[in-house]
Design a protein around this ligand. Sequence first.
Ligand SMILES: N[C@@H](CCC(=O)N[C@@H](CS)C(=O)NCC(=O)O)C(=O)O
Length: 194
Amino acid sequence: MYTVIGATKSRALRVMWMLEELGEEYAHIGAGPRTPEALKYNPSGKIPALLDGDAVLTDSVAIMTYLGDKHGKLTAPAGTIARAQQDAMTFWLIDEFDAILWAAAKHSFVFPEEQRMPEIKDSLKGEFARAADLLSERLEGPFLMGDQMTHADILAVQCINWSIGAGFPRVSDKLGQWAATMRQRDAFKAAQAR
Ligand SMILES: N[C@@H](CCC(=O)N[C@@H](CS)C(=O)NCC(=O)O)C(=O)O
């Protein structure tokens, strides 16, 4: 059985949602960032971490990639063109969604007050809005990569949820409705209820 370390209202939700989609059992330790519990598993204090036997794995996207490969679900197989395209989408989402939202978080509450530059947030919001419009245009199938759900969908929806919580501009109706449909999945609801 797996153990997920990290509060549900954090990037840990990505890993929990993935495990729910895979139908894998897991224990959950809802530790906050930089708490003694988080520091026990990752010297940086970052969450999430995943315990798999004696191994401690870190970074939500690395963990989702590992789980998808291991269980042969929610990912195209490694070494295929489909996988290269899925990875490109995943890394694009990290650059254009996750990194932007994280920069805004750093300048809102993560950095010590004297290091924050809140005036950067308007620029970040504009950057996010442009990326969200691009994603909206690209979305064609029921999922980002077409007919099959992949962990890129989990990453995108968790970032869209995060953007709402952070007071970022609303995404297009098309992208917003897609995210709402994804949130209706039993696996998402089960993860969020933990
Ligand atoms: N790339 C990492 C980022 C992890 C991360 O920064 N997590 C946040 C919470 S969602 C955190 O622990 N922040 C504490 C800190 O950076 O000090 C991942 O996706 O797991």
